[in-house]
Design a protein around this ligand. Structure first.
Ligand code: AP5
Ligand code: MG
Ligand code: ZN
Length: 216
């Protein structure tokens, strides 16, 4: 199956993707994670992307479209995939349709995790990420058992560079201006599924699970 996890910065895409990719048995493809990996390794893509990411701007479409085209052609995507953070512009959504056409696949659904802006700021400013496995925590809403240590793998937790107040504000503005219009694109195709993302993490998971059961 092929799904997109959609939603504003801090909605819980990465948090829900962990369980969902296991449940569907498909790879979790987070463009943000892939870009951060490239920045860390200092690749050509990472060098181009870094300044946009630090400010909370979108990285240019052509770079993201090439990245996704390449990733979706890997053998592990034959059984399906879960996209997190792509597409986030109309040109990206159109490019994805072309890529899917070429590999004879369709999107089964676009899961929109809906959260208001006040809650997003609270979530992003308290977020901590595991350096080793990428798991997301929150100092209040989802704290690790031991401070700054990942429950899952023992890795060190850190705060993302773009989780500073100025970058958070910019990311939320960029979402409204450039990414929100993509919702309409999928609504017209009748594959948009709205999920209330303001509930507790486990409740959101349960809602997504029952949505999947309804589809089966
Ligand atoms: P990306 O990494 O995709 O960041 P984002 O969209 O800003 O989303 P986040 O990862 O911040 O939020 P999330 O929804 O995954 O939330 P999480 O689960 O962590 O992109 C980063 C940058 O890369 C972009 O700004 C851009 O520069 C570039 N980029 C990436 N893709 C691109 C593209 N396609 N085109 C162009 N540029 C691109 O949860 C957040 C926090 O809330 C955590 O602390 C978590 O514990 C907590 N939490 C989660 N759910 C709940 C809940 N239900 N209740 C309480 N707390 C919760
Ligand atoms: Mg994320
Ligand atoms: Zn970890």
């Amino acid at each position: 199956m092929q799904f997109v996890l959609f939603g504003p910065p801090g909605a819980g895409k990465g948090t829900q993707a962990k369980f969902l990719s296991e449940e569907l048995n498909v790879p979790h493809i987070s463009t943000g994670d892939i870009l951060r990996e490239n920045v860390k390794k200092g690749t050509a893509l990472g060098l181009k992307a870094k300044s946009y990411m630090d400010k909370g701007e979108l990285v240019p479409d052509n770079l993201l479209i090439d990245l996704i085209k390449d990733r979706l052609s890997q053998p592990d995507c034959r059984k399906g995939f879960l996209l997190d953070g792509f597409p986030r512009t109309i040109p990206q959504a159109e490019a994805l349709d072309e890529i899917l056409d070429d590999i004879n696949k369709n999107l089964d659904g676009v899961i929109n995790i809906d959260v208001g802006s006040g809650e997003l700021v609270r979530r992003l400013s308290g977020r901590r990420i595991c350096r080793s496995c990428g798991a997301s925590y929150h100092v209040v809403f989802n704290p690790p058992k031991a401070k700054d240590i990942c429950d899952a793998c023992g890795g060190e937790l850190y705060q993302r560079a773009d989780d500073q107040e100025a970058a958070i504000k910019n990311r939320l503005n960029v979402y409204v201006r450039q990414t929100q219009p993509v919702l309409e694109y999928y609504k017209k195709k009748n594959i948009l599924i709205d999920i209330d993302g303001e509930k507790e993490i486990d409740e959101v998971t349960a809602d997504i699970r029952s949505m999947l059961a309804d589809m089966a």
